[in-house]
Design a protein around this ligand. Sequence first.
Ligand code: PAZ
Length: 319
Amino acid sequence: MAEPAERIRREFAPQAEVEEAARAMEVFAKTHGSEGRRVVLITSGGTKVPLESRTVRFLDNFSSGRRGAASAEYFLQAGYAVIFLHRHRSMYPYSRRYTAVNWLDALQIVPAPQTDSALTEPKLKVEADQTNLPGIVGVLKDYQSIKGSGRLLPVEFNTLSDYLHLLLAAAKALSPLGANAMFYLAAAVSDFYIPASEMPEHKIQSSSGPLQITMKMVPKMLSPLVKDWAPKAFVISFKLETDPSILIERARKALETYRHQVVVANVLDTRRSYVVVVTDVSESKLSVSDDEETRGVEIEHKIVDDLTSRHSSFIEGLQ
Ligand code: PAZ
């Protein structure tokens, strides 16, 4: 069996500009690394797996990207530099708060100061109505300050192939940072795919009757990431289940198999209010009460607080 990096290069053709993104991640990691700053790679959103080469249909993994986008904000608040590897059009730090807003309802056209009296048409400008955009002034200030600081590098993927190539490139970029690098793998990545050589070229016809497809297993990235690509980094994976009774057992199995530091375990229906942070020696339950929720407390804040302090212990050689 070819090693995973080789398999990815051979079997998965990316659509994203991988080399350009790889260079940007390398420069970003070097810059922040040389300033002694910790750098976290956050993966966020679901992956799309095409079923036809001229693609009409996909197999999609569910994820809104809220976990990743909210966590990015809290890592930035904690002083980290963040590579935000996210699915195109999934939630984005700061703007995530307004994904349900129809911007055309939130904006108004108002007269602009007239500086040129020779103009025949009156000048107009657009203003935001803050009642439709709760907290916008604070959010915009935070966003602009983070953008100015250069501590957020967004990188986009769409398909599974893009994701695999970009994760490999990110691991290479972050590896020189040793224990100062963190991987926070919250994306929901497909376990199955159809190799290009076995994919029908044209749209699958429903006139051929019920569809039967055989999919191959996607190479497990966590194993080479931990062993070879970034062996000194602090690595956190996420485990999503729908059956709560198998959650902890599955998280423990992942830790045993991949030998990384932490699994954050969550159940689909309760993922906004309850997670368990699992290590080989502990299980810490984090939750958000109804009262906290009404005060705007987010579970990602608690997850990031917990993990940044574990990361400090890891760097100090205590974990
Ligand atoms: O993106 P989101 O906020 O809607 O959901 C987050 C999540 C459930 C995708 C994430 O917490 C997670 O568990 N990711 C790993 C999924 C997996 O086990 O493949």
